[in-house]
Write a protein that binds this ligand. Structure first.
Ligand SMILES: Cc1cc2nc3c(=O)[nH]c(=O)nc-3n(C[C@H](O)[C@H](O)[C@H](O)COP(=O)(O)OP(=O)(O)OC[C@H]3O[C@@H](n4cnc5c(N)ncnc54)[C@H](O)[C@@H]3O)c2cc1C
Length: 386
């Protein structure tokens, strides 16, 4: 008989990751972020413990698990106040795409570093002029003898400064117009002609976002991952995991905020009883508890469908999970700020710092509007609106 609970090993994994992340904690994380430093020790420690590559096949240094496992790691880190944005891109998007479509040699070259954290890979699809409309990307690869020459511009690319390589989504010169037939290239961050500059953000996070300039970057033939005519399937192999990870990032942060707000509501007394005895404080937190649990359940469903190989059903569930999780996270952080009164805006209690981090969940990796477009069209059969 199947149940709605996660397998015992997954529950144990959550406990172990929470314990590890708890050693670092929110204070460590925000101190690093505010000082403009990285959380490399934590990244390498989760790598050393096998959590970073838990979804990657064992023969390449991974744990042989699924997206459900790496999503659990991502959620538990965030629930301890240590959300690691690059988990979404390095193991979940890049690791999945390379494990599925890479050659044996490419897997041996890149996957072990993704697993132990010494060869982090960023992911670049978004372009300044294309934005949400990925069909309009113009990063273009031209054949050059045996290899390629790549040109283009990317924006909002996370963690380029911490990455050894970037998995860049482009198109070949022959497929320059019309429906996107994406091609995926692994580009070393120190390649001549590859430049990146940070974008000043209001988010309290150790990871930076970058604008990337790719000017005549020469790549060997085997920089291309998968087939040049492979089409959208190769890209989507990474995008459903991205949405599931985005959802887990949000539910983890949401749990962190709810726990802090609940603890504060129990202890802070200004009239006769703790503020949590007032329904005006208690009910919004109770609503958040329900919303977060619903989003977690949908995230687990999406991961289970993805790991079972049902990509179509996983696509719908991953979109819905990402939507529900971002909404739940934005709402609970707003309520947590309110619960803390003046301290809600303080650095000491750290709630306001979560406002931007959770708000980004409504925009990236796919915006709430595009999810609503997807559900309107694919789930409800309504006409395409764009
Ligand atoms: C912190 C952060 C990290 C990121 N990391 C990465 C990364 O590592 N790699 C990467 O490739 N990208 C990354 N992104 C980019 C992210 O995926 C995009 O910002 C996102 O997809 C939205 O694209 P855009 O910013 O160009 O918005 P736009 O496409 O300009 O859209 C602006 C607004 O218009 C709405 N809109 C557009 N078209 C429609 C429509 N047809 N119907 C209804 N509404 C519409 C959008 O929903 C949005 O609200 C990151 C972004 C952020 C903020």
């Amino acid at each position: 008989m199947s149940t709605f609970t996660e397998p015992e090993e997954r529950v144990e994994l959550r406990k172990q990751v929470a314990k590890l992340a708890g050693k670092y904690g929110r204070e460590y994380f925000t101190e690093k972020a505010r000082a403009g430093e990285k959380t490399t020790e934590l990244w390498l420690e989760i790598g050393k413990n096998g959590y970073l590559g838990i979804n990657i096949p064992e023969e390449y240094g991974g744990g042989g698990g699924g997206i459900g496992d790496i999503a659990a790691v991502c959620e538990e880190l965030a629930a301890q106040g240590c959300p690691l944005l690059l988990m979404v891109v390095s193991p979940a998007i890049c690791g999945t795409v390379i494990a599925k479509y890479g050659t044996e040699e490419q897997k041996q070259r890149w996957l072990p570093g993704i697993c132990d954290g010494t060869g982090t890979m960023a992911f670049a699809i978004t372009e300044p002029d294309a934005g949400t409309n990925s069909h309009n990307i113009t990063t273009t690869a031209r054949r050059d003898g045996d290899g390629w020459i790549l040109n283009g511009r990317k924006i909002w690319i996370s963690g380029v400064d911490e990455a050894s390589n970037v998995l860049v989504v482009g198109r070949t010169e022959d497929a320059k117009t019309g429906k996107l037939k994406p091609c995926l290239f692994v580009v070393p961050t120190d390649a001549p002609g590859f430049e990146f500059t940070p974008i000043a953000m209001e988010m309290v996070a150790p990871e930076n976002q970058f604008q990337v300039f790719i000017d005549d970057v020469r790549l060997p033939a085997d920089a291309l991952v998968g087939d040049e005519d492979g089409g959208l399937a190769q890209l989507f192999a990474g995008l459903n995991p991205e949405r599931i990870m985005g959802a887990s990032f949000s539910t983890g942060l949401a749990r962190f905020a709810l726990e802090k707000a609940t603890a504060y509501a129990k202890e802070r007394t200004v009239f006769k009883a703790p503020i949590g005895s007032h329904q005006a404080i208690a009910h919004p937190l109770a609503m958040s508890y329900i919303e977060i649990e619903m989003a977690r359940l949908m995230t687990q469903k999406a991961a289970a469908l993805y790991d079972a190989g049902d990509e179509m059903a996983a696509g719908e569930a991953a979109n819905m999970a990402k939507y529900a999780a971002a909404e739940a996270a934005c709402d609970v952080v707003d309520r947590a700020v309110q619960t803390h009164g003046g301290y809600g805006a303080s650095q000491e209690y750290g709630m306001a710092a979560l406002l931007v981090a959770t708000r980004v969940g409504r925009i990236a990796p796919v915006s709430r509007e595009m999810i609503l477009n997807f559900v309107s069209m694919h789930s409800l059969g309504l006409p395409k609106s764009y």
